[in-house]
Design a protein around this ligand. Structure first.
Ligand SMILES: Cc1ncc(COP(=O)(O)O)c(C=O)c1O
Length: 386
């Protein structure tokens, strides 16, 4: 007899613990939920209108595997302005989301048994995607140190042994908000160059930083021809377009043909009318991105400030992203704690263990919500902990 089940690697994939907790609150209308990573506001109207117009105009056909030429041109202009170095269309592919960009990158470079290094705690998709391809994933932990998250670069470099195939690095990080300091980029890139290690930078939160500068430190300005560098990105976060499912990759021109082939066999292309929305987001969306950054900075101060007033709470300062990642003294099982919060406080948070064992004991609060909603949630938590 043969069991009708998936490959062992697929069966071993972790089920999302965020979903597990969210399912525990299913059907309860009174819950204030902060578990998913998205704004509580819809996509700016001018972006929606552009897509609606494209639909009205009958733009319902397949597009090029790598994306519409006008979107790739707009993206090249946007990235060139943002990073101050030319990022030509010959390095770009449009994907059907940021997660799809990660999958295409992994399919392009990870073979069965390849060693892949990931910095954690991290959004589960980052380590699970190489695992689908039978990659062998090792994690290097971030540490919470004097109110901030810190990466020990020497420890990361030690983990990047010469036989390592790829480093997947998410900065600003979901869930911690840790952001790679500018000065740490060169040693990591140099090491990857020396050993031919692919550096896959998950840059979806690069615009959502709380300091000066239009972007978090990026590897793109340090790029040299021949570098094994891929940046994966998304329209989801900076333009509040999570439901649109649209992202992109920047990669060596030598890899683009393979990315196009992989796109063909994954999704073939992104929807035409969705790309029409993205073109206007890139051309006319800077004021909206700035407004979102200001909102998130205020929300970060509101939520982190209140959390730090609560008994037994440790809440390191995030440098970017849209999350507070904090721990409560005595919480050792974050799934159980998060379920308890639903039952007893009507509050929905993501359990830290969803982001790997490094996150056990922690909780994630997505603060991309209106101030009144954050305030009501904070009140519930304070009452529960009090
Ligand atoms: C770190 C990280 N990378 C990638 C993504 C993918 O975003 P999307 O698939 O919506 O483009 C997310 C979404 O939460 C994320 O947190």
């Amino acid at each position: 007899m043969f069991d009708p089940v998936a490959r062992p690697e697929v069966q071993a994939l972790r089920v999302s613990q965020i979903r597990e907790v969210a399912n525990a609150g299913l059907g309860r209308e009174d819950i204030l939920a902060f578990w998913f990573g998205e704004s509580d506001q819809p996509t700016p109207a001018f972006i929606r209108q552009a897509a609606a117009q494209a639909l009205t105009d009958g733009r319902t056909w397949y597009t090029h595997n790598l994306g519409r030429p006008d979107l790739r041109e707009a993206l090249s202009g946007y990235l060139t302005r943002l990073h101050g170095v030319p990022v030509g269309v010959e390095r770009l592919a449009i994907t059907n989301s940021g997660v799809s960009a990660l999958m295409i990158a992994a399919q392009a470079v990870v073979s069965p048994g390849d060693r892949v290094v990931v910095v954690a705690p991290v959004w589960p998709n980052v380590p699970e995607i190489p695992r689908i391809l039978s990659g062998d994933v090792e994690t290097v932990p971030l540490v919470s140190d004097q109110g901030r998250w810190r990466l020990d670069v020497d420890r990361l470099i030690d983990a990047l042994t010469p036989d390592t195939r790829a480093l997947f690095l998410n900065s600003p990080s979901n869930p911690t908000g840790w952001t790679l300091p500018a000065e740490d980029r060169q040693p990591i890139l140099d090491h990857c160059r020396r050993h031919g290690i692919w550096l896959v930078a998950d840059d979806v939160y690069e615009r959502l930083t709380f300091g000066p500068g239009a972007s978090a430190p990026s590897f793109l300005p340090l790029h040299q021809p021949g570098d094994r560098l891929i940046s994966t990105n998304s329209f989801s976060k900076a333009w509040r377009m999570t439901g649109w499912r649209l992202g992109w990759m920047v990669m060596p021109p030598e890899l683009v043909r393979s990315a196009g082939v992989l796109l063909e066999y994954n999704t073939s292309c992104a929807p035409d009318f969705v790309q029409a929305g993205a073109v206007v987001a890139l051309h006319d969306g800077e004021a909206e991105v700035a407004a979102l950054r200001a909102e998130l900075t205020a929300a970060k101060d509101q939520v982190l400030g209140a959390l730090r007033q609560m008994p037994g709470v440790e809440a390191p300062e995030p440098d970017g992203g849209m999350y507070a990642f904090f721990r409560v003294a005595g919480c050792t099982d974050s799934v159980a704690f998060a379920k308890q919060l639903i039952a007893d406080a009507g509050l929905g948070l993501a359990p830290g263990s969803a982001f790997g064992e490094e996150g056990e004991g922690w909780l994630r609060w997505c603060f991309a919500a209106r101030p009144e909603k954050n305030a009501a949630g904070l009140e519930r938590l304070a009452r529960y902990l009090g």
